[in-house]
Write a protein that binds this ligand. Structure first.
Ligand code: FPP
Length: 257
C-alpha cells in the first residue's frame, strides 16, 4: 500500500490538507499520545484496550505525515516513568509495540519510512529489543519520514546521558571543555543531528511536557487539545488542525519579528 496514493479522504480532510500545504510545514512534529487509559475507562473497558485503539490512531497519523511529506515524527510511546504502571499494562504496551512493528513494518518500509528509537531499550525484554532492532535495521537506508519512537525515554535521562558521554570523551581526549557548545551538545542527545521539534501535540487537555524532549523543546510551539479529545479519538483532521494552528503562529526564537 502506498500511503501517498491510496487514500480516499473525505471532502473536509481534503480541504484541510490543501490549506495546510499552502504554508510552510513543520519539519518535526512530536506527539504525547495522552488519554488512552481514560478513553477506555470512560467506556468501562480495561486500560489496555485504550492503548490498542491508541495504536490505531497513531497509524493514521503516520500515514498523514507521509502524505504531507513531514521529515520527522516523534511519538512518546513509553517513558522512563511508565515502569511505575502495573505490570499487566506494561506487558500490554510491549505487546502492542511488537504487534505494530510486525504488522506495519513492510508498509512502513515500502513508504520509505526510517524507524529510529529515542531511549534505552536495553531494559526491555529481549524479544522486544530484537523486534525493534530488526525494524531499525530494515529501514536503515530509508530517507523519507523519520519515525522516532520514544521508548524508555526521559528528557532528563537524555541530558544526563549526554553529559556522561561528554565527560567520557573529555577523559579520552577527543573533546575539550572549550569545544562544548549547543551544536555539539546536540550530537550527544538521542536526537543527534535532527532538527528540534517545531510543534508538540498533546491530547487529553493536560498542559504538561512530562519529561519529553526537555532540551530539544526550548523553542517548540506547543499545541494542547481540548480535554475531551483523548488520543484514541485523535484523527487526521485533528492533526491537520493542529498544524494549521501552528502555521498561524509567529516564531521569533527570542528575537524580533
Ligand atoms: C498515555 O496515555 C499513553 C501511553 C503511556 C502509551 C502510548 C502508547 C500507544 C499509543 C500505543 C503503543 C505504541 C506504539 C508505538 C505501537 P495514558 O495511559 O497515560 O492515558 P491516561 O492519562 O488516560 O491514563
Amino acid at each position: 500500500m502506498n500511503f501517498k496514493s491510496i487514500f480516499k479522504f473525505t471532502k473536509t480532510t481534503e480541504k484541510l490538507m490543501k490549506k495546510v500545504q499552502e504554508k510552510p510545514l513543520p519539519q518535526h512534529v512530536a506527539i504525547i499520545m495522552d488519554g488512552n487509559g481514560r478513553w477506555a475507562q470512560k467506556k468501562g473497558l480495561p486500560r489496555e484496550i485504550g492503548h490498542r485503539y491508541g495504536s490505531e490512531a497513531l497509524k493514521e497519523i503516520v500515514k498523514m505525515s507521509v502524505k504531507l511529506d513531514l521529515k520527522y515524527l516523534t511519538l512518546f510511546a513509553f517513558s522512563t516513568e511508565n515502569w511505575n504502571r502495573p505490570q499487566k499494562e506494561i506487558n500490554a504496551l510491549m505487546d502492542l509495540l511488537i504487534e505494530y512493528l510486525q504488522e506495519e513494518l513492510e508498509e512502513l518500509d515500502k513508504n520509505n519510512i526510517k524507524i529510529n528509537v529515542l531511549g534505552d531499550i536495553s531494559k526491555f525484554p529481549i524479544h522486544v529489543q530484537k523486534e525493534v532492532n530488526y525494524a531499525i535495521e530494515k529501514t536503515f537506508d530509508n530517507d523519507g519520514l523519520k519515525l522516532n519512537i520514544a521508548l524508555n525515554y526521559g528528557g532528563r535521562d537524555d541530558i544526563l546521558r549526554a553529559v556522561k558521554n561528554i565527560v567520557k570523551d573529555i577523559e579520552l581526549g577527543v573533546l575539550s571543555i572549550g569545544d562544548i557548545n549547543e551544536k555539539n551538545f546536540n550530537k550527544y542527545l538521542y536526537t543527534a543531528d535532527m532538527p528540534d521539534p517545531d510543534l508538540l501535540i498533546r491530547t487529553s487537555g493536560e498542559y504538561r511536557i512530562s519529561n519529553f524532549l526537555l532540551y530539544q523543546m526550548a523553542y517548540t510551539e506547543l499545541w494542547f487539545s481540548r480535554p475531551n479529545l483523548l488520543w484514541p479519538d485523535f484523527n487526521q483532521r485533528d492533526f491537520l488542525k493542529a498544524i494549521l494552528d501552528y502555521q498561524g503562529r509567529q516564531r521569533r526564537f527570542g528575537g524580533l519579528k
